[in-house]
Design a protein around this ligand. Structure first.
Ligand SMILES: [Zn+2]
Ligand SMILES: [Zn+2]
Ligand SMILES: [Zn+2]
Length: 280
């Protein structure tokens, strides 16, 4: 596909940590807040664009348990591909709903993940990956699994999606970098690209820093201000954002320790708190 992609939009569908905010049975100030930005569903994101042939395309990053709510809020009608970061529950437990896109698109949904994640998905979703074993013939998702490797770009309808190795505590996972070769902000076609989405990370390995250079937009993990063994804290996230030199950084995967209005007022220039529905 030569031409350019146009109308690139990247939406933060969910920006909360694994519990979602409000947290069940919690009465803290954030959970009781009436600021809609303090209501955070589980993390997921959506890249929408028009491909060089003029077709609308939708690519999701992860498919959290709140995906159904995201789809209804944003009137998602098609999903061409789902790119996975890792197989934790808060990132994959919405995949069953892919079957509704099979109906609306009359086509399978393509999944891109590392081998270990594909293995986890097929174990969790035995009914999807081994439909021959279902007792009754059931309405299950039609998916096509593709194995990815860090550093090897995936071509998606004119967008190049590159998995970037990240560490989530001891677990190696991937972030995703999006480029639109041939398109640029100068053309007004891809103003927010290159964009990288790096959630669930507490260490960026040496080999990955070069893959995070030249970014317009960085979406980055920031669990809370206190340290955590598997996620960036505020100070760690700010340091990583500064090291990449991204023009704009938006943080995500926040706990109820983060009160949006309070923390947003204290962030340095170029860094913002994400919130559900934020369109970049
Ligand atoms: Zn709370
Ligand atoms: Zn995780
Ligand atoms: Zn997570």
């Amino acid at each position: 596909m030569a031409g350019r992609v146009t109308d690139v939009r990247f939406t933060l569908l969910g920006t909360g940590t694994s519990s979602g905010i409000p947290v069940i049975a919690c009465d803290c100030a954030t959970c009781a807040s009436d600021d809609p930005r303090d209501r955070r569903t589980r993390v997921g994101a959506m890249l929408e664009f028009t491909d060089p042939d003029g077709n609308p395309r939708t690519v999701l990053v992860d498919c959290p348990p709140d995906h159904r709510e995201h789809a209804l809020r944003h009137r998602i009608r098609r999903v061409d591909a789902i790119l996975f970061t890792h197989a934790h529950v808060d990132h994959v437990f919405g995949l069953d709903d892919a079957r509704l896109y099979n109906v609306s698109m009359k086509a399978p949904v393509h999944l891109y993940a590392e081998r270990t994640v594909l293995d986890d998905l097929s174990r969790i979703y035995d009914h999807i990956f081994r439909p021959d074993r279902n007792v009754n013939k059931s309405f299950v998702a039609d998916v096509v699994a593709h194995e990815i490797e860090p550093g090897r770009p995936v071509a998606l309808f004119g967008v190049e999606a590159t998995p970037v190795r990240l560490l989530h505590g001891a677990l190696p996972i991937v972030g995703w970098r999006f480029d639109a070769p041939g398109s640029s902000a100068a053309h007004g076609t891809a103003a927010n690209l290159p964009l990288a989405y790096c959630t669930d990370v507490n260490v960026i390995p040496d080999e990955s820093w070069p893959r995070l250079e030249g970014l317009d937009t960085l979406v980055l993990d920031m669990l809370r201000e206190r340290a955590h063994p598997t996620h960036f804290s505020l100070s760690e996230s700010l340091a990583a954002a500064a090291r990449t030199g991204a023009r704009r950084t938006v943080v995500t995967h926040m706990t109820h320790d983060v009160r949006h209005a309070e923390l947003a007022a204290r962030l340095p220039a170029g860094v913002e708190l994400g919130f559900d529905g934020l369109r970049l």
